[in-house]
Design a protein around this ligand. Sequence first.
Ligand SMILES: [Zn+2]
Length: 108
Amino acid sequence: MVLRIVPPCRNCGGGGWYRMPDPAGRGDTVRCEPCNPTPPPPPMTPAELRDNLRTIGWSQEALAARLGYRSGTQVERWVKGTAKMPEHYAAWLRGVAQQVAANPPPRS
Ligand SMILES: [Zn+2]
């Protein structure tokens, strides 16, 4: 007899155990990872974009220049919410903001 510590995936009954919170709050495994892959990060909202720029200390124009845009028009669309920031740019900007937030300058 095999002692199962973690119950099988409720979707496929298979292995490859992946612990995740049960929506009902019982805390047992609901689905294995192949049946319930990690969802992609949410899109960058205009508010989050502004927060990230404030954290880093970049203007919209500075971000545009970093991304190789010749003007700030596209960044302005993301800030206004009339266009969605591409996910690879969003992931990169989140990473930069986290780095800056985690590395304050030394006190004099
Ligand atoms: Zn499964």
